[in-house]
Design a protein around this ligand. Structure first.
Ligand code: AMP
Length: 415
């Protein structure tokens, strides 16, 4: 199948060609005709499958086909869980509409609302926003969504995880009821289905991969290693294999900062990115990472959403996530749109249950390995730190002045 056979506007086709996209990815092949047919969509696709173009290209086509109707009105609204993803989606719309007069604006919290308002006032057909900031704009009557034709919920699973459900419900009340709704989620569970039911009318279900699967192009390796040797192993892997542009996940913001410091000490240019850093700082760090000024980026799950680096090859999990579904999102940062990727996860013996959760979710079994020189210390593995309480029998023996069976064995050996 070619892009031309999908019947997209010629200005879009030209741009797709300029970008070097040769064939539509499976999600694009399935979603583009459905969107063009004005169907509601429930699409299971993780980041890296080309899902942004799967909705952006046909929606741009629709805008171009009705050009002249009301050129300054917002026709497409894309809701994303994070500012990074919002920026990413906005950048994609700008990229795909470069040959056209279509304008996209992005609005998210943590940045000046006035700058965003100025952009809105100039007029746009596409608005990409995070729920909190959009709600603020709606409640202050600063935005007109009465001409909206399509709502896209991108990474709906993450929006629910981040507690945006109330915000989303409040936003929905302010949108025209007659509209097309496109629902994208990397993972599915009952909560996701419940939300989709309230939003979609007779949706077309599209699943390009099995539900809850990882990107197939990613080679996944698990190393069992002691907690106190994890950062050394990461630095060693990056240094000895000469890896550039490595994205590393930690569970906590503090953990991200600590790991980045350790790696800097090991001579690897590293930065951390998480919710405690200002938007400006996060943008700067991401740009430095994209341009190779920073070799390793340590991120928390939330901060890493929306990081789209075309050739990102390496993802390392310093710790496995508590939520098994996050594993899919994490390793989906690499192996994007057909390229291959490597995902390494470091696991202590105590964290093995998290691996079991992931195996259950993916219906796949991993064989953890030891990395030579970083083998776990078997003497330390899950040794209870507290001394073992003596049994009743041992206490009685002690009280009566008898030696325990262990003592007897040692005495016998000594002889
Ligand atoms: P996404 O899943 O939307 O985050 O897209 C992942 C990456 O794939 C982005 O960097 C896109 O530029 C790229 N991409 C999207 N569609 C195609 C395509 N048909 N051929 C090649 N690359 C693509």
């Amino acid at each position: 199948m070619s892009f031309a056979s999908l019947g997209l506007h010629q200005d879009i086709l030209l741009q797709v060609q300029n970008l070097g996209y040769q064939t539509p990815t499976p999600i694009q092949q399935a979603a583009i005709p459905a969107v063009l047919a004005h169907k509601d969509l429930m699409a299971g696709a993780q980041t890296g499958t080309g899902k942004t173009a799967a909705f952006a290209l046909p929606l741009l086509h629709q805008i171009l086909s009705t050009e002249g109707d009301n050129p300054c009105a917002i026709q497409v609204l894309v809701l994303t869980p994070t500012r990074e993803l919002a920026q990413q989606v906005h950048a994609s719309f700008e990229k795909y509409s470069a040959n056209t007069s279509v304008q996209s604006v992005v609005a998210y919290g943590g940045a000046s609302i006035n700058v965003q308002l100025d952009a809105l006032r100039k007029g746009c057909q596409v608005l990409v926003a995070t729920p909190g900031r959009l709600l603020e704009l709606i409640m202050k009557n600063l935005i007109d969504l009465s001409c909206l034709k399509t709502l896209v919920l991108d990474e709906a699973d993450r929006m629910l995880d981040m507690g945006f459900i109330i915000d989303i419900q409040r936003i929905l009340k302010k949108l025209p009821e007659t509209r097309q709704t496109l629902f994208f989620s990397a993972t599915f569970n009952d909560e996701i289905f419940a939300l989709s039911k309230t939003l979609l009318k007779d949706p077309q279900l599209i699943e390009v991969d099995n539900r809850n699967t990882t990107a197939t192009q990613v080679e996944q390796t698990i190393y069992t290693v002691d907690k106190n040797r994890k950062s050394a192993l990461i630095s060693y892997l990056i240094g000895s294999k000469n890896w550039q542009q490595v994205l590393i996940f930690t569970r906590t913001k503090q953990g991200a900062d600590e790991l980045a410091k350790e790696m800097e000490k090991d001579g690897i240019a590293t930065q951390s990115i998480h919710g405690d850093k200002s938007q400006g700082a996060r943008d700067r760090i991401l740009t430095d990472f994209k341009h190779g000024k920073v070799r390793a980026l340590v991120a928390t799950d939330v901060a890493a959403r929306g990081i789209d680096i075309e050739q990102l090859q390496y993802v390392i999990n310093h710790e496995l996530p508590y939520n098994a579904e996050d594993y899919i999102h994490r390793i989906g940062r690499t192996g994007r749109a057909g390229s291959t990727g490597i995902a390494i996860s470091l696991v202590t013996e105590k964290e093995r249950y998290l691996l079991t959760d992931i195996e259950k979710l993916l219906n796949e079994q991993f064989i953890p390995q030891w990395f030579p020189g970083f083998e776990p210390d078997l003497n330390n593995i899950d040794q209870p730190t507290k001394r073992r309480e003596p049994s009743k029998k041992e206490l009685r023996a002690k009280a009566l002045g008898f030696s325990s069976s262990k003592d007897k064995k040692t005495k016998r050996k000594r002889r």
